[in-house]
Design a protein around this ligand. Structure first.
Ligand SMILES: [Fe+2]
Length: 153
């Protein structure tokens, strides 16, 4: 059996985990876009919306990389819930700083998922997946930078 056959499920598994966390982070960021309150409302409402749109834009590309590798991808919100490691925040009245801290941490979790996809893709010689991940890493690092700069560190 070739290395490609051995490693392909690892790439698909890593992509599906990344996809689940991308949907979880998308909805969590939108949740904060909708519910943030306080004197910085407009700034944060807009920042969270920009970040949510950027995350959502990656989801179709991630899912289609899985299909191009011949594997199945997510089928439902239930699939997202079973696979995601980023936790929901169903609390009411979270303050703005807590939202920013939560999103910075969750984007770091996503960065870890991206590095797992990169490693699996490199091991498989899957240069298309590996190349796509580079841009998503840059976007995720930018989101983390903006969030942490907003906190002042
Ligand atoms: Fe909106």
């Amino acid at each position: 059996m070739s290395d490609k056959t051995n490693n392909a499920p690892a790439v698909a598994d890593a992509l599906n985990a990344l996809l689940a966390d991308s949907f979880a982070l998308y909805l969590k960021t939108k949740n904060y876009h909708w519910h943030v309150q306080g004197p910085r409302f407009r700034e944060l409402h807009l920042l969270f919306d920009e970040q949510a749109a950027q995350i959502f834009a990656t989801t179709d590309l991630i899912a289609e990389r899985v299909r191009k590798n011949g594997a199945a991808t997510l089928r439902s919100i239930g699939d997202v819930g079973r696979r995601a490691s980023i936790r929901d925040d169903d609390s009411a009245g979270a303050d703005a700083e807590a939202m920013i801290r939560a999103l910075a941490g969750d984007n770091k979790t996503l960065l870890g998922q991206l590095k797992e996809v990169k490693a699996a893709a490199e091991a498989d010689g899957d240069i298309a997946t590996s190349g796509l991940v580079d841009g998503w890493v840059d976007e995720t690092q930018q989101r983390i930078w903006f969030l942490e700069a907003t906190l002042g560190y």
